[in-house]
Design a protein around this ligand. Structure first.
Ligand code: ZN
Length: 284
């Protein structure tokens, strides 16, 4: 079976220091936490930016500071920036403002759904606008499927030639208001993916351990981190490190080897990191 890619969603839009004191929110904290977790098997970082009041933002400058901190700390990791709703206005200009930065991937929802308190609004024009910006900058989208219809939405865009194969999906399970996290739903989603796609699963809250374990058994990849659950178990606050360690432990018990960042790059069909390509070009 393919080696396991572990994605770490360190921060998200919801956790704050008040909800969980170990939530990394500043660029320095994010890079530090990421470096620690990469030592243990994380190969892909799903990154959100926060302003000085810990509020979610798509501010290009803050995203740049985060990427610079990661580089400064010499963390070898695939970088994926969030273009998700809840970080500002629902326009391409706002949600896609960081898509010219030196990152490998960006998140992309191919449909709309509900969050517990708000709407995950993604109009057809917004989706296409974000994809165009990603294509221009050679950024691979990770399609965030909060529901089965978003997989069909991605298939339509693939057929139209707007999205390019092979696609990579993250199946987001158990957000209150979107698809529930249970084995039947996960099988349905996996069986609905376009052939040749790679996929990972994240399970929100109590769906975390069962859905990630099932993904490992099915040959998929996994995402964990405080974005998906701030509790390790009932009554116990999580840290990113604790969540990663648990995933590593389960994968070892199941006999699934863990991918290095370079192996993950190959599995996801990512090219060489742009900064490296840039350096090579400059040398010529
Ligand atoms: Zn996210």
């Amino acid at each position: 079976m393919e080696k396991l890619i572990i994605t770490l969603a360190l921060t998200g839009n919801v956790p704050t220091k008040e909800l969980n004191p170990d939530t990394p929110v500043t660029p320095e904290e994010i890079a530090y936490d990421l470096k620690e977790c990469c030592k243990n098997g994380v190969s892909l970082a799903h990154i959100h930016a926060r302003d000085e009041k810990q509020r979610p933002t798509h501010d290009r400058g803050i995203y740049k500071n985060i990427l610079d901190e990661i580089k400064k700390k010499k963390v070898n990791v695939i970088t994926q920036l969030s273009t998700g709703a809840r970080g500002g206005e629902n326009t391409v200009e706002s949600r896609g403002q960081m898509l010219d930065l030196d990152c490998d991937m960006a998140s992309l929802a191919t449909g709309s759904s509900n969050f517990p308190m708000s709407i995950n609004a993604n109009t057809p024009d917004l989706i296409k606008g974000l994809i165009n910006k990603m294509n221009e900058s050679n950024i691979k989208p990770e399609i965030e499927a909060f529901d089965i219809g978003m997989i069909d939405g991605a298939k339509r865009l693939l057929k139209q030639g707007i999205l390019k194969a092979p696609l990579h999906f993250n199946l987001v399970m158990n957000v209150p208001g979107s698809i529930a996290g249970n084995p039947k739903n996960l099988m349905f989603m996996v069986e609905s993916l376009p052939e040749g796609s790679t996929w990972s699963v994240c399970g929100i809250g109590s769906a975390q351990v069962p859905m990630l374990t099932m993904a490992m058994l099915l040959g998929g990849h996994v995402r964990t981190g405080l974005e998906d659950t701030i509790l390790y178990k009932k009554g116990v606050q999580a840290t990113n490190r604790m969540l990663v360690d648990r995933v590593v432990r389960i994968s070892k018990e199941l006999g699934r080897q863990i991918a290095t960042p370079d192996e993950a790059r190959e599995i996801l069909c990512l090219g060489k990191k742009k900064s490296i390509v840039g350096k090579l070009l400059k040398k010529r």
